[in-house]
Design a protein around this ligand. Structure first.
Ligand code: FAD
Ligand code: PHB
Length: 391
């Protein structure tokens, strides 16, 4: 049996970040992660970080490599009707920008920081179960190999992603769930090639959405919208590159450098929110409580705002005996989450092809895009949301 102040379920970016921040404040945590570290670090996911996330990395003393190797982006392009139009984030957000730095790298930095401080992260933790969450003395049981153990704690943080057990430990009837499933996914390819453009290009095309992104000037990340029925076997590298080229404006397609894929995966698009984000001594954070379609780059950035609120609420609890922030956590976090949900839904609707919709709606979508590029007010709305609303 072990004793700790806070037991964190999930060693993804949310769980590791909270554990690191609390450690620096003298608050003791244990992180239970289901998979080996190499597996967690093998996931290729987010690429765009907002300023608030970067600040949190620095506060966690994990920002050094991000500040050295990450790229500051002051805008991106939207390709449509064979042309490129630039969204000047810097100008329309009043001087803000985003950082392009991969989730894989940032997770590695967080693990390294936990190692440096001697943080407790237990991998291969299976059969994790949460107990007595409505009492003042919750506990967590788990198994590693054939050893089972128990952790007594004061709080449990559910940071175990969308498919984790934390959210499902809340009795049915307590949570209200809101969900929208889109009728397509994103097929993503990572390749060791020079990116087609120094900035991101979001592409609206009659054949479907595409995105040209990057991890560095020698590592590209491309996505194309595909039907949910497709699997990666349907998309050998040549077919992927050919389809991507079809969707890009000619001048861009002509300078696309292709190469073997080093990772290829399909992510279905979903919007999801569970309310409230607290049940007794259990607090949900990140993908465990909400999912964003990747179009607006909100997922990881919204996990960061949850962690920011929880971190400050725990400091108030342990250092001042003040529980008002813990009590207000769910409401405060959800207020920001819903605004990010609105934005990621809007950007998804703006740029994808919806096979089942009436022609009238296609024309509305065109009008929305035309309005964006004809109105500084519309540009400001996009820019202030993309760089991230204040915490
Ligand atoms: P996760 O990263 O899912 O981590 C949860 C951890 O818990 C995992 O390591 C998992 O193994 C572990 N776990 C699961 N079940 C258990 C269990 N029972 N017991 C113990 N541990 C468990 N977001 C952005 O902000 N910008 C982007 O550009 C962006 N692009 C994306 C592109 C793609 C293709 C995808 C798929 C996502 C993208 N996202 C983006 C979203 C972002 O990746 C997620 O929001 C982010 O990973 C959430 O972090 P998390 O720590 O909350 O959850
Ligand atoms: C990525 O680089 O993986 C990425 C970038 C922007 C998005 C989504 C994903 O909106």
């Amino acid at each position: 049996m072990m004793k700790v102040q806070i037991c964190i379920i999930g060693g993804g970016p949310s769980g590791l970040m909270l554990s690191q921040l609390l450690h620096l404040q003298g608050i003791d945590t244990i992180v239970l992660e289901k998979y080996p570290r190499e597996h967690v670090l093998g996931r290729i996911r987010a690429g765009v970080l907002e300023h608030g996330f970067a600040e949190l990395m620095r506060e966690a003393q994990c920002g050094e490599r991000m500040d050295r190797e990450g790229e500051i982006h002051r805008g991106f392009d939207i390709a449509h009707d064979g042309r490129l139009d630039r969204v000047d984030l810097y100008k329309y957000s009043g001087g803000n920008s985003v950082i392009v730095y991969g989730q894989t790298e940032l997770t590695r930095d967080l693990y390294d920081a936990r190692d440096r401080l001697g943080g407790k992260v237990l991998h291969n933790a299976e059969d994790v179960a949460l107990h007595e969450l409505m009492s003042d003395a919750p506990y967590v049981t788990y198994r590693i190999g054939d050893m089972t153990d128990r952790i007594d704690c004061q709080f449990v943080i559910g940071a175990d992603g969308f498919h984790g057990i934390s959210r499902n430990s809340i009795p049915s009837g307590v949570l209200r769930e809101y969900e929208k499933i889109y009728p397509f996914g994103w097929l993503g390819v990572l390749s060791q090639t020079k990116p087609v453009s120094p900035e991101l290009i979001y592409v609206k095309h009659a054949r479907g959405f595409a995105l040209c992104s990057l991890r560095s000037q020698v590592l590209s990340r491309y996505y194309i919208q595909v039907p949910l029925t497709d699997s990666i076997e349907d998309w050998p590298d040549e077919a992927f590159w050919a389809e991507l080229k079809c969707r890009l404006p000619e001048a861009v397609a002509a300078r696309l450098i292709t190469g073997p894929s080093i990772e290829k995966s399909i992510a279905p698009l979903r919007s999801y929110v569970a309310e409230p984000m607290r049940y007794g001594r259990l607090f949900l954070a990140g993908d465990a409580a909400h999912i964003f379609p990747p179009t607006g780059a909100r997922g990881l950035n919204s996990a960061a705002s949850d962690i920011y609120y929880l971190y400050h609420a725990m400091i108030a609890h342990y250092k001042k005996g003040d529980d008002s922030e813990l009590d207000g956590y769910s409401q405060k976090a959800l207020a920001r989450i819903w605004k990010a949900q609105r934005f990621s839904w809007w950007m998804t609707m703006l740029l994808h092809r919806f096979p089942d919709r009436v022609a009238y709606e296609d024309r509305l979508q065109e009008a929305e895009l035309a309005y964006l590029f004809s109105s500084e007010t519309a540009m400001r709305l996009l820019a202030e949301n993309y760089v991230g609303l204040p915490f």
